[in-house]
Design a protein. Structure first.
Length: 117
């Protein structure tokens, strides 16, 4: 199973970006797609996740109200719509497949998001 994240870039404070994640390479049993990020000098942290089957969503405190996670199960794709971006959102964003307990088994290569004034 391979994941590929895309859609990162440079955006101004308050701007928006939409990240995409494509899953390929066969079937998988993992039940949840997550978005995680790692800022320079910091540990990787959870941002948002979505259940493949129910579409139930989960957000970190910093993402709630600004970010929206979605998926298209038929296309094996997931998305992270990010609005109201702040400098502290600057990080490499990874999509990952895992279980309902947040244990991620497969990771994409990451896409860089830079929020600048």
């Amino acid at each position: 199973v391979q994941l590929q994240a895309s859609g990162g870039g440079l955006v101004q404070i308050g701007g928006s970006l939409r990240l995409s994640c494509t899953v390929s390479g066969g079937t998988f049993s993992e039940t949840r797609m997550g978005w995680l990020r790692q800022a320079p000098g910091k540990e990787r942290e959870f941002v948002a996740a979505i259940s493949w089957s129910s579409g139930g969503t989960y957000y970190s405190h910093s993402a709630k109200g600004r970010f929206t996670v979605s998926r298209d199960s038929a296309k094996n794709m997931a998305y992270l719509q990010m609005n109201g971006l702040k400098p502290e959102d600057t990080a490499i964003y990874y999509c990952a497949l895992g279980d309902n307990y947040g244990r991620y088994k497969y990771f994409g290569q990451g896409t860089l998001v830079t929020v600048s004034s």
